[in-house]
Design a binder for this molecule. Structure first.
Ligand SMILES: [Zn+2]
Length: 189
């Protein structure tokens, strides 16, 4: 029997959990009388976009939007190894403060983002990134900036995939044979 090239690689079990697929406002939209927003169908209850990728015993979260807390609670997530950010839009980053329970349990949290996203978050979450007079209870995030090259998170190779969101760049991520992309308008061939 012919062996696949992957046969020779160290076996990595990759599991992806889609945590949210909603629009930037989430579904249902507050106050909306659209039939989808009034629907009782659980498929019409969509949290803001995010995903969790587990590789062996490591857990990576992609994006940290306003529904992050609820997503962690409903998936019973008690520890995370890193957070990867696709882009700076609020529906992907506004839950940053809710990383605190993980910080309290685990210490400094490793966050991966481009310098562009880093700058945007420093402005919006000044109290998290400031080094002067930091008040107690604020999480310390260990930021690792990436460009377009493959980087390693706890031994896991992550390859950023650049795409165009429309007006701003967005990155997807490839881990082993799984690729996750969001908010993509166009992608180079
Ligand atoms: Zn976006």
């Amino acid at each position: 029997m012919k062996k696949s090239p992957y046969f020779y690689k160290t076996f990595m079990e990759v599991k992806i959990t889609i945590l949210g697929t909603g629009t930037s406002q989430g579904i249902p939209v507050i106050g909306s009388s659209h039939p989808v927003c009034l629907s009782d169908n659980p498929k019409d209850k969509r949290l803001r976009v995010s995903a969790m990728i587990e590789v062996n015993d490591k857990r990576l979260i992609i994006d940290c939007g306003p529904d992050f807390r609820q997503q962690m609670l409903s998936n019973k997530v008690s520890s995370i190894d890193a957070v990867l950010f696709t882009h700076e839009h609020a529906d992907h980053t506004a839950g940053l403060d809710d990383l605190r329970p993980f910080y309290f349990r685990q210490g400094d949290l490793h966050c991966y983002m481009t310098s562009r996203v880093h700058e945007a978050l420093k402005e919006r979450f000044n109290y998290i990134f400031t080094t002067a007079n930091k008040y107690p209870g604020v999480a310390t995030l260990e930021v690792h900036e990436f460009i377009n090259d493959t980087f390693t998170v706890d031994g896991i190779e992550v390859t950023p995939v650049l795409a165009d969101h429309g007006y701003i760049p967005v990155h997807g991520f490839r881990i082993e044979n799984v690729a996750y992309m969001t908010d993509v308008k166009t992608i180079a061939q």
